[in-house]
Write a protein that binds this ligand. Structure first.
Ligand SMILES: [Zn+2]
Length: 199
């Protein structure tokens, strides 16, 4: 069932098709979260019950009075992030700079601003792709962003061809990159192996 963030799904009573649990939307557990939606799961058996689309900022503003301070901050943070990602994310291989060398080993790094200073919703978290000291690309990092890793890897491969030998996730990047996914590291490892890695 697909609902919008500001619909009345929190008050409505839902029934789990898997285990028979019944209760209001507020009792559902937060499941997987994606860039544009989150899943709400049965609190008893974790079966997915709802797919909730995040609001645009203008949709949130129309519902401002119904929202808690926390929800408002969250809505603004989501909108800010989408804008930033839209503006700064790599969209085509041609945006990538020329790099010299025949054995390009790049790093996929993660940088986070000090959340104590910015507040938890305003922290800047970036993926930084490096060739040695040189910053090849930087864009906002996605939580559990391994699919994004594979997309970007495809564009790097398109740009640098066989010269690209590896894209190594740094230690700092891994938690955000893998998220809660159990298969993310395997998918990334396979894609890296397909490059004919340097070592
Ligand atoms: Zn259930």
């Amino acid at each position: 069932m697909n609902v919008n963030y500001h619909d009345d799904w929190r008050e409505r009573v839902w029934k789990c098709g898997n285990c028979g649990w019944q209760g209001p939307g507020t009792d559902l557990g937060t499941g997987e979260m994606f860039d544009e939606l989150m899943e709400m799961d049965c609190p008893s058996c974790y079966e997915r019950i709802l797919v909730v689309s995040y609001p645009t900022l203008s949709e949130s503003r129309e519902n401002w009075s119904k929202m808690s301070v926390l929800e408002r901050e969250y809505a603004e943070a989501i909108a800010r992030f989408s804008e930033r990602f839209e503006a700064a994310s790599l969209k085509a291989a041609s945006q990538l700079p020329e790099l010299e060398g025949d054995d390009l080993v790049l790093e996929w790094d993660f940088i986070e601003s000090d959340t104590e200073q910015t507040g938890r919703f305003s922290a800047i978290r970036d993926t930084v792709i490096r060739h040695g000291e040189f910053e090849v690309w930087r864009e906002p990092a996605l939580w559990e962003g391994y699919e994004r890793f594979l997309q970007v890897l495809g564009m790097l491969r398109e740009r640098y061809g066989d010269r690209l030998k590896d894209l190594i996730p740094t230690k700092a990047s891994r938690q955000y990159l893998y998220g809660d996914s159990l298969s993310a590291d395997v998918k990334i490892e396979r894609a890296r192996e397909a490059l004919g890695r340097a070592q």
